[in-house]
Design a protein around this ligand. Sequence first.
Ligand code: HPA
Length: 267
Amino acid sequence: MAIIGGTGFHLREARRQLGDLREETISTRWGSARVTLGRLAGRGIVFLDRHGPPDAAEERRVPPHRINYHANIAALKALGVTGVLASTAVGSLRPEWAPGTLILPDQLLDRTSTRRQTFFDEEAVHVDFSEPYCRQLRDHLLRRAESLDIALADGGTYICTEGPRFETPAEIRVYRSWGADVVGMTAVPEVVLAREAQLSYAGVSVVTNPAAGMGDGQLTEAEVLEAMEQAMPRVARLFMAAAETYRDDPRAPARRATEEFGSPDVT
Ligand code: HPA
């Protein structure tokens, strides 16, 4: 199992439970990704900081439109990962979803414009995306959340914008009319590539702010980070519990996504 940490995710809470952690750089034909490898309940676990620099010598955070999603997903695949839990910071388009609310999205809308969305440029591979997030892994997370008494909203439509700027209130009004519930900048193409790589993937979105025009005042990065910091212990507890009890289901549709195309290698 792998955990992809988004903005504000850190390993502080998880460290106590994990065996010796080591950092590694994984090279793929798409570029390299820096991962932290550990052990949980006798099994390997992989952590990947989505905005982390691929090279240990660098310190910069990578902005959403520059993340090497291909290298990240290919690296997880190369490590033998079968399931991915990912956290994302989002703005809320629903007044009842205040900052701090955890959402388990089940649908996606795509408003990105510069991002390559496939591993397969040379061959026609069309994966089914009726359920962009793996239902089996979502169900697993819901059960774990319930047993830990962590509130997790079941379902929601995530709209992914290109960023890095926040939205205008006019855009948010349109996105609401389209049925979007939360807005973020990183689900696409991560969710798409995970499906092409035949990984079970589920995301937990942390509401960090009311979407543009829905709260009072302007959006700030500081408010996003502050809300993430507060929610982090809950997200980490949920992810660790889910990872500990996760069992791969090779028959899950997400794990068979490119079967009819001969499951081409993405690494
Ligand atoms: N918009 C886009 N991405 C975000 C937001 C937002 O309001 N909050 C956190 N990530």
